[in-house]
Ligand binder design. Structure first.
Ligand code: ZN
Length: 484
């Protein structure tokens, strides 16, 4: 038996002003067939699982490209095509193969390709033929399309947000593909379109219980896998929205019935699971009313992980206007400011212009007289177990406000992005982080309370106002009942 593995992963915010090209992938990760011999990241983590599982069985592994870029704007066409064609060329060379396992995102859009994953899966299917199981592990922030469902044997999405279960889902997908390849099962997929566009936290009820029930349904009564694609709201593509995918063993009707049942259950929960966001002032008022700290406030509108620039200044400006002190805020993507801080040196005090550089969605730059409190040539923070690069980074302080500036664009995952510079967030009253939900895994253990705020910004969660041009179906929350 021979298993072909590859990964190509980025999430595309088609409304973001930052093109995703060769530099974005180079800053993320690119490995031409040797990702599993390098330090693990969240994309190669899946390939590592698949290689280990195959080798435990004495199966041969053909490893191709593994590449990811921080979410951003539309992927440059030639960059996408070159990566895709590298995978396809490696696959042709590796043929015949018995299993194809791919680490994809599900919301990647390139110029001329609204559905990159569907395109890849179709071309892979063309090469391997109808009978070889093809599986893709997807981020739950995916657009599950007809092309993906048609050409893949199995689509398995992360179940958790924050995405703490990437290796666990890779294990699931491998088992599914191995059983199919050895003739033990005959996977058939069905999906249900929930016609919902929003973001959802699996850490909170009632969605927590729904996810636990999805897990409990798997592996019994002929059900092989249950996924809920939450969808990615900032993609202007026709097939956007939340979808349930069920894989059953040989019985398509069973898969269809369960997908519909779970989908309808999810639709019925919509008002209860819609995340509520505070205004900046509501969040600050509520945080100040809480005894002790740190109170962690998520700035969800400037989350680089959803393709936002990560240099918005709305919150910083408001905190200064209110004269608040003992506040830490991170990360501001500002390579120019980092360079100036490095040049000035540790302990230096000087005038620094911070943020607001990427476009109108980032607000105006803020000019501060800062003191450089910490510097690092190369800093990382954990996402799950894998280190995420932040590049050269600086901790600067002004008037009781501590800011972490980075030269690579990334959302806040973990406090070690602050402690690595010597900034201790547990000693601050307020910690404002640019992230929608991934910060939760790292910050919940140190937070007195967690609040979610939606200032203006590129990732503003006003889902009734996103200017979709290709979506033709009704969707909630634009309409109260999308099935009426
Ligand atoms: Zn995601």
């Amino acid at each position: 038996m021979k298993v072909f593995i590859a990964g190509l992963d980025t999430e595309t915010n088609t409304f973001a002003p930052i093109p995703t090209g060769r530099h974005a992938f180079a800053e993320g990760f690119i490995a031409h067939g040797d990702a599993t011999r390098r330090p693990e990241n969240y994309c190669s983590a899946q390939l590592n699982v698949w290689r280990r599982r195959a080798e435990e069985r004495g199966w041969e592994v053909a490893e191709s490209l593994c590449a990811f870029a921080e979410p951003g704007g539309i992927v440059v066409r030639s960059v996408y095509e070159e990566f895709r064609d590298e995978i396809l060329a490696d696959l042709r060379r590796a043929m015949p193969v018995d299993i194809v396992a791919l680490a994809l995102h599900g919301a990647m859009v390139a110029a001329g390709y609204d559905d990159c994953e569907g395109d890849i899966l179709a071309r892979v299917r063309e090469i391997v033929g109808a009978n070889v199981p093809i599986g893709a592990e997807l981020d739950l922030h995916c657009h599950i399309t007809e092309a993906m469902l048609r050409h893949a044997t199995a689509l398995v999405a992360y179940k958790e947000y924050p995405h703490i279960d990437i290796p666990a889902r890779a294990e699931d997908l491998f088992s599914l593909l191995a059983d199919a390849a050895t003739g033990r099962t005959r996977p058939v997929m069905a999906s249900f379109d929930c016609r919902m566009i929003n973001t959802y936290r699996t850490t909170e009820q009632p969605l927590r219980g729904f996810v636990d029930r999805m897990l409990a349904l798997e592996g019994r009564d002929g059900i092989l896998s249950v996924s809920l694609g939450h969808g990615f709201p900032w993609g202007d593509v026709a097939e956007i929205g939340a979808k349930v995918v069920v894989i059953a063993d040989g019985d398509r009707g069973k898969a269809e019935r369960l997908a519909r049942r779970l989908g309808e259950e999810f639709v019925a929960m919509r008002e209860a699971i819609a995340p509520r966001f505070l205004t900046m002032d509501e969040a600050l008022d509520r945080a100040l009313a809480i005894d002790g700290g740190p109170v962690v406030i998520a700035d969800v509108s400037d989350n680089a992980g959803g393709g936002a620039p990560g240099d918005a200044t709305f919150f910083l400006k408001r905190v200064r206007e209110r004269g608040l002190r003992n506040v830490a805020s991170a990360f501001y993507w500002d390579p120019v400011a980092v360079r100036s801080a490095m040049e000035a040196g540790l302990g230096a005090t000087f005038e620094l212009r911070i943020g607001g550089k990427s476009g109108p969605a980032s607000g105006d730059p803020v000019d501060l007289r800062v003191t450089v409190k910490g510097l690092a040539d190369r800093l990382t923070q954990r996402f799950g177990q894998a280190p995420v690069e932040m590049g050269a980074s600086a901790w600067v302080a002004a008037d009781g406000i501590d800011l972490v500036l980075t030269s690579l664009r990334t959302q806040v995952f973990h406090p070690e992005g602050m402690t690595g510079l010597g900034l201790d967030p547990t000693r601050r009253k307020l910690v404002i982080v640019k992230s929608t939900q991934h910060f939760h895994a790292g910050f919940a253990p140190i937070a007195k309370a967690i609040l979610y705020a939606a200032p203006p910004g590129a990732l503003s969660p006003d889902f009734t106002a996103i200017p979709y041009s290709k979506l033709t179906r009704p969707y909630w929350p634009k309409v109260a009942d999308p099935f009426a």
